[in-house]
Design a protein around this ligand. Structure first.
Ligand SMILES: [Zn+2]
Length: 251
């Protein structure tokens, strides 16, 4: 449960997400791990990277960075005189990451060209998302990461972090996400989330169809899950990043 960004969190959202998943028949095999309990592990990883010279303190604020947002390496070899350390960045020099996504196929990314040295500890002291998920995936022994294609652009950074921390790289599957007619991901942000307005079996059926699976009609929730586990075909998932979808309950 990604709950280490208090400025951005909506009160009660963790509880609500777990409740929504449970209603759809998705419960965790293991106790839920909350990132807010893991700050020591994140700090230890950041300290290790700093002491090994793989990460460095950066004093730059947003206005010091180019419009592209790609970090130009300003503080990589030490802070200029009188500058205050703010964030911690990971060195990416010369790092090209290659992986084969189970749906999206081969991905090659040169991190120096796409993001530059990236933040692993934010200026407000909070751990960056990229570092937290990598440390947690290894801690929980995760072997397959399945998530929306909106996170495909984070994956090369996460694999680079696994390499420098000496952690294993899981398999990745980035499925297409449903977008509205303006190309925006459907979600609560846009008040387009119909999940709690649909019967659970209808929501799960729509999700399976969206992912290219073809469940038979008229199944109850438990039957749908049994069918999905027995007949799941990764190769049937559309190999695209976005699919326009009208999931409006009024449609
Ligand atoms: Zn800097």
């Amino acid at each position: 449960m990604e709950d280490i960004d208090p400025p951005r969190e909506v009160a009660g959202s963790a509880k609500r997400i777990l409740h929504d998943l449970e209603r759809l028949g998705m419960t965790s095999d293991l106790p839920v791990l909350y990132q807010s309990t893991r700050c020591g592990a994140y700090q230890s990883a950041i300290d290790t990277l700093l002491s090994e010279g793989k990460a460095f303190w950066c004093s730059c604020s947003r206005k010091d960075l180019p419009p592209s947002g790609i970090y130009p390496g300003t503080c990589r070899n030490g802070l200029a005189r009188g500058k205050t350390p703010r964030a911690v960045r990971l060195k990416v020099k010369g790092s090209t990451v290659q992986f084969t996504d189970l749906v999206q196929g081969a991905v090659v990314e040169n991190l120096e060209q796409t993001v530059g040295d990236f933040v692993i500890q934010r200026a407000d002291g909070l751990t960056a998302y990229q570092l937290a998920v990598v440390v947690d995936d290894a801690f929980q022994g995760i072997t397959e990461v399945v998530r929306g294609s909106d996170l495909l652009k984070s994956t090369a950074r996460q694999i680079h972090l696994q390499h420098v921390l000496g952690l294993p790289t899981p398999a990745y599957l980035h499925h297409p996400v449903a977008v509205d007619d303006q190309g925006r991901k459907l979600g609560k942000r846009f008040e387009s989330d119909p999940l709690d307005r649909l019967p659970a079996e209808e929501a799960v059926r729509m999700a399976l169809q969206f992912l290219g699976q073809g469940p038979p009609d008229g199944m109850r929730l438990e039957e749908l899950w049994s069918w999905a586990c027995a007949h799941w075909r990764t190769e049937s998932i559309p190999a695209v990043q976005c699919i326009p979808a009208d999931l409006s309950p009024h449609a």
